[in-house]
Design a protein around this ligand. Structure first.
Ligand code: ADP
Length: 626
C-alpha cells in the first residue's frame, strides 16, 4: 500500500517530538483522553440541535486497556469518529502554520511548550509508542478506516471494520532503553495515576479493565482472576472542588490540560460566588504572552459552562479587552444550556458575571503589585502594554480603573515604578510628573532634553512603548499632578526671577535666533534659547500637543495621518558653540548658515529622526574641517 508522507513541516516537528528529551512523557495520555472527550462533546452538541440524535450519557465513555505481552495500550472512545478525510487531514498534518517557526525560536525551552498549543497533541503518542494505529468510524458512516504510522516516515490509511461509531487508538509501546523506561505505560496502576493526575475531571467516564482476584466458590483459600471494568476518574471538575483540597500543581495541571497556555500560570484566582450571581470560575494570569497575543489573530475569552456543560469555548463578553490575557473558565447554574450566542450577549446574568470577574482580576493584580512585586514586574513586562492600551482606548473610559496598575521605568529607581510611588516621592516644589520618550532606556538617558530635569534631581519616567505617551495624554494627570514631557516647550521648573533674566537674555539674542529661524523656515517653527540644556549645544522640543515621539509613531502607522509636531530648535546659550554662532552673525553669514544647518541636523540625529540629506550633511562636516 502506498505510504503517504507527512507534510514537510509536520515531519520535522514530529522528529523533534519523537526525539525530544521531554521529561514528562506521561502527558501523551492526557492529550489522547482530551481528544476523546472532545469527540464525545461533539456528539453531545450535535444532539442538542439534531432531533434524530439522542444523547444517552450511559453510552459514552473512554476506555483504556492493556495487552502487556504484545506491548499494546488501547484507548477507545465512543466519540464522533473520523472519516477517511478527517484521518488524513487531522492526523496527516501536524501543526497549523507558524508553529514550526515558533518551535524553532523556542527550541531552547523544553518540549512542553508546543505540545497541544498547535494541535500536536495526538503526536505526543510517538513519545512512548513506535507504532500507532487509529481505527475510526465517523458518525453516520458505515465504513471505518484505519490510519497507521511508525512516526516520521509517513502513514497509511485503509478501509477497516469497526462495529461501533468512535475511535480506537492502539499504541505499541516502545521497548525500554538504557536511559528510558517505557514499561510503566503498560502498568495498570501507573496508567490509573496518570489519569487521576491529569484527567480526573473529564466529564465522561474513563474506564479501565483491571484484574481482580475473587475467592473460588468451591475451594477455600483459592482465587479466580477476573477482569472487571472500573471507572478511574471522579468526573468532578476542579472548579467544583474546594480550594483547600487543591494544590498549586492541580491548578498547573488544569492549565496545561486545558491548553490555556504553553507556559506555567503566573497566578490564579479560584472564585466561588454565591451572592447576586452564582458561578464558579478559575482564572489564570499567564506568565508569557502567547506568540500571537499582540496580533489581530489573538482571540480573548473564557470557557463558559452552564451547570458543568461547556457551552462556549471562548466567550469574549466575559473579559474586557484590557484583560484579554486572562485565561480560564466560568461555570454558572444561572445560564441556560441552549442559549444562543446572540442572546448570550444580552444576558443579564452574564453581564453581572463579567463585571464581577473584572473586579476580581483587578484586585488580584493589585495584590500581586503590593505583595509580590517580582511577580507583578514579570506580569507587567508581559502584559503591561495591554493595560496601557486599555487606558488609551475608548476615549479613556477605563482610565480610572487601570491607572493604579500602570508602571513605568524610573530614571532614579532604575526599575518599574507605579504612578503612586512616583507622586508620593515628588519634592514639594515639583509641579509635574516628568517623562521622556525614546527607543530604549539607554537612548533616553542620553537625551539632552533630560539634563535640566535630571539636574534638579527630579525623577523621570522613561517611555519606551509606542503607546506610553498616548496613554498619558489620555490620563492627563495622576493624583492631580499633570504629566509633562521633558521635551515640552515649557518645563514648568524655573522661578519667576530666572524667567525674567531669561527673557532679557533672549531679547539680546533676538537677531541671531530670527536669522536662524529664517534659515530653517518650514523645518522648525521657532529657534530659541534653551532652559533645559546643560552640556549639549542644541536639541529639539515641541510646542503643541503632538510630541516628536508621537509624530514618529504616527508616521509609521499604515494609514499615516501625517500629523506633525510643532518643532522648536533650542540652543544652549552657555555653550561655546553659541559664541561661534554670535560671532559669525557679525562676521560671516555663510558660516552662520552652515552652522545652523549642521546644528539642526545634529538635533534631528539626537532625536532619532532621519536627516533629510545625509550626503549634504557629510559635505557640511567636511567644510568645517578644512
Ligand atoms: P488538537 O486536538 O489540538 O486539535 P490533535 O493533533 O490532538 O490536535 O488532533 C487533531 C484533530 O484530530 C482533532 O482536532 C480532532 O479533530 C481529531 N481527533 C483526534 N483524536 C480524535 C478522536 N479520538 N476522535 C475524533 N477526532 C479526533
Amino acid at each position: 500500500m502506498e505510504k503517504k508522507q507527512f507534510q514537510a513541516e509536520s515531519k520535522r516537528l514530529l522528529e523533534m517530538m519523537i526525539n525530544s528529551i521531554y521529561t514528562q512523557k506521561e502527558i501523551f495520555l492526557r492529550e489522547l483522553i482530551s481528544n476523546s472527550s472532545d469527540a464525545i462533546d461533539k456528539i453531545y452538541y450535535r444532539a442538542l440541535t439534531d432531533d434524530n440524535l439522542t444523547f444517552n450519557p450511559e453510552n459514552y465513555y473512554i476506555k483504556l486497556s492493556v495487552d502487556k505481552e504484545n506491548r499494546k495500550l488501547t484507548l477507545t472512545d465512543t466519540g464522533i469518529g473520523m472519516t477517511r478525510e478527517d484521518l488524513e487531514n487531522n492526523l496527516g498534518v501536524i501543526a497549523k502554520s507558524g508553529s514550526l517557526a515558533f518551535k524553532k525560536e523556542n527550541e531552547a525551552k523544553d518540549g512542553h511548550d508546543i505540545i497541544g498549543q498547535f494541535g500536536v497533541g495526538f503526536y505526543s503518542a510517538f513519545m512512548v509508542a513506535d507504532h500507532v494505529s487509529v481505527t475510526s468510524r465517523a458518525l453516520g458512516e458505515d465504513q471505518a478506516y484505519k490510519w497507521e504510522s511508525d512516526g516520521a516516515d509517513g502513514y497509511t490509511v485503509e478501509p477497516a471494520e469497526k462495529a461501533e461509531v468512535g475511535t480506537e487508538i492502539v499504541l505499541t509501546i516502545k521497548n525500554n532503553t538504557e536511559d528510558e523506561s517505557y514499561d510503566e505505560f503498560l502498568e495498570d496502576y501507573r496508567l490509573r495515576s496518570i489519569v487521576k493526575k491529569y484527567s480526573d475531571f473529564i466529564r465522561y467516564p474513563i474506564k479501565m479493565d483491571t484484574t481482580v482476584r475473587v475467592p473460588k466458590e468451591e475451594a477455600e483459600g483459592e482465587f479466580d482472576e477476573k477482569i472487571e471494568e472500573e471507572q478511574v476518574n471522579s468526573m468532578v471538575p476542579i472548579w467544583r472542588k474546594n480550594k483547600s483540597e487543591l494544590t498549586e500543581a492541580d491548578y498547573e495541571n488544569f492549565y496545561a490540560e486545558k491548553h490555556y497556555g504553553f507556559d506555567k500560570p503566573l497566578s490564579h484566582v479560584h472564585i466561588n460566588a454565591d451572592g447576586a450571581v452564582v458561578y464558579r470560575s478559575i482564572l489564570f494570569i499567564p506568565e508569557t504572552p502567547p506568540f500571537d497575543f499582540y496580533s489581530r489573530e489573538y482571540e480573548k475569552g473564557l470557557e463558559l459552562y452552564a451547570n458543568g456543560v461547556l457551552i462556549m469555548n471562548k466567550c469574549a463578553d466575559l473579559l474586557p479587552d484590557y484583560f484579554s490575557f486572562v485565561k480560564g473558565m466560568v461555570d454558572s447554574e444561572s445560564l441556560s444550556l441552549n442559549i444562543s450566542r446572540e442572546m448570550l450577549q444580552h444576558d443579564r446574568q452574564l453581564k453581572l458575571i463579567a463585571k464581577n470577574i473584572e473586579s476580581k482580576i483587578k484586585s488580584q493584580l493589585k495584590s500581586l503589585q503590593k505583595d509580590d512585586r517580582e511577580k507583578y514586574d514579570k506580569f507587567f513586562e508581559a502584559f503591561g502594554r495591554q493595560l496601557k492600551y486599555g487606558v488609551y482606548s475608548d476615549y479613556g473610559t477605563h482610565k480610572d480603573a487601570l491607572k493604579d496598575l500602570l508602571m513605568f521605568y524610573s530614571s532614579t529607581e532604575k526599575k518599574l515604578v507605579t504612578l503612586d510611588e512616583y507622586v508620593s516621592r515628588m519634592p514639594e516644589e515639583q509641579k509635574y510628573i516628568y517623562y521622556a520618550a525614546g527607543a530604549s532606556h539607554s537612548r533616553i538617558e542620553k537625551l539632552p532634553q533630560t539634563e535640566m530635569v535630571a539636574d534638579k534631581g527630579y525623577e523621570i519616567l522613561y517611555f519606551t512603548d509606542d503607546i506610553d505617551e498616548f496613554a498619558v495624554k489620555v490620563l492627563l494627570s495622576y493624583n492631580e499632578k499633570e504629566f509633562r514631557s521633558v521635551s515640552a516647550g515649557d518645563l514648568g521648573i524655573e522661578s519667576d526671577e530666572e524667567e525674567k533674566q531669561d527673557e532679557a537674555e533672549a531679547a539680546g539674542e533676538k537677531e541671531l535666533f530670527e536669522y536662524m529661524k529664517e534659515r530653517l523656515a518650514g523645518k522648525v517653527s521657532n529657534v530659541r534659547a534653551s532652559k533645559r540644556l546643560r552640556s549639549h549645544p542644541v536639541c529639539l522640543s515641541s510646542d503643541g500637543e503632538v510630541s516628536i515621539e508621537m509624530e514618529k509613531i504616527l508616521s509609521m502607522m499604515p494609514d499615516n495621518p501625517n500629523v506633525k509636531a510643532d518643532k522648536v530648535l533650542e540652543v544652549n546659550v552657555n555653550h561655546d558653540v553659541f559664541a561661534s554662532l554670535k560671532s559669525s552673525l557679525e562676521n560671516d553669514k555663510s558660516k552662520l548658515d552652515l552652522y545652523t544647518d549642521l546644528l539642526y541636523n545634529q538635533a534631528l540625529l539626537i532625536e532619532g529622526l532621519p536627516i533629510e540629506d545625509p550626503v549634504e550633511f557629510t559635505n557640511m562636516m567636511c567644510k568645517v574641517m578644512v
